[in-house]
Design a protein around this ligand. Structure first.
Ligand code: FES
Length: 189
C-alpha cells in the first residue's frame, strides 16, 4: 500500500514536470527561443544592411576609378587587292586624328602582303612616311627609321627600342579589311 502511494506520487511529480517544461517561459506567452530570435533579428538586419551598403559604395568607387569602356570592333574596308599595287601605301585616320598607314610589301595575294602601322613616330610624335625605294618608314624630325614591320632601325626610336603600333588586317574575297575599333578608325578620303 505504501509502495503504491509512492509510485503514484512519483507519477504525479513527473507529469507536473512535463507540464512545467511545456509552459511558456514568461507571462507574455513567448518561449525563450522565440524571444532570443526576436531580439537578434534587428541586429542581423542592420548588419546585412551595412554590408550591402559598403558593397555598393565600394562598387561605385571602383567604377569611378576604373571606368569600363566597351569598344566596338568591326572590319572596315580598305581596298581592292587588284588596285593596291606592290610598294603603294594609303592612309586611314581616326576620328581623334590618329593616322594609320597601310602598305603593300609583297604580291602573293595574301594578307601578309600588307602592313598597317600608326604613322605617329613613338619618339616625339612626328609623322612618318613610307619610302618604297629604301623599304622603310622614315621620320624626318630626327632621322628615325623603321623597317616594313614597324621595328626601329635608326635614330632615337632605335636607341629607345620604340616600334610603330601595328593594326590587324584580313583579306576576304579579294578585298582588304582592317580590324579595329570603330571608335578609332575611319577611312581617309
Ligand atoms: S619624332 Fe621621329 S625620330 Fe624624333
Amino acid at each position: 500500500m505504501l509502495e503504491a502511494d509512492l509510485l503514484e506520487a512519483d507519477m504525479e511529480r513527473e507529469a507536473d514536470n512535463v507540464v512545467h517544461e511545456a509552459k511558456p517561459a514568461d507571462s507574455s506567452g513567448m518561449t525563450e527561443r522565440r524571444r532570443t530570435f526576436l531580439e537578434r533579428w534587428p541586429s542581423a538586419l542592420m548588419g546585412f544592411g551595412l554590408v550591402a551598403g559598403y558593397g555598393m559604395f565600394a562598387s561605385f568607387i571602383g567604377q569611378f576609378l576604373f571606368p569600363s569602356r566597351k569598344k566596338q570592333h568591326a572590319s572596315q574596308y580598305v581596298a581592292d587587292l587588284q588596285s593596291f599595287a606592290h610598294g603603294q601605301s594609303m592612309t586611314y585616320v581616326s576620328p581623334a586624328g590618329e593616322r594609320v598607314v597601310v602598305t603593300r610589301v609583297a604580291e602573293t595575294g595574301a594578307v601578309e602582303d600588307f602592313i598597317a602601322l600608326s604613322s605617329v613616330c613613338p619618339h616625339l610624335g612626328c609623322q612618318v612616311h613610307w619610302e618604297s625605294q629604301n623599304n622603310r618608314f622614315f621620320c624626318p624630325c630626327h632621322n628615325g627609321a623603321f623597317d616594313p614591320e614597324g621595328n626601329p632601325i635608326a635614330g632615337p626610336p632605335q636607341e629607345a627600342n620604340q616600334a610603330l603600333p601595328r593594326y590587324q588586317l584580313h583579306v576576304e574575297n579579294g578585298l582588304l579589311f582592317i580590324d579595329a575599333s570603330t571608335e578609332r578608325l575611319v577611312k581617309l578620303a
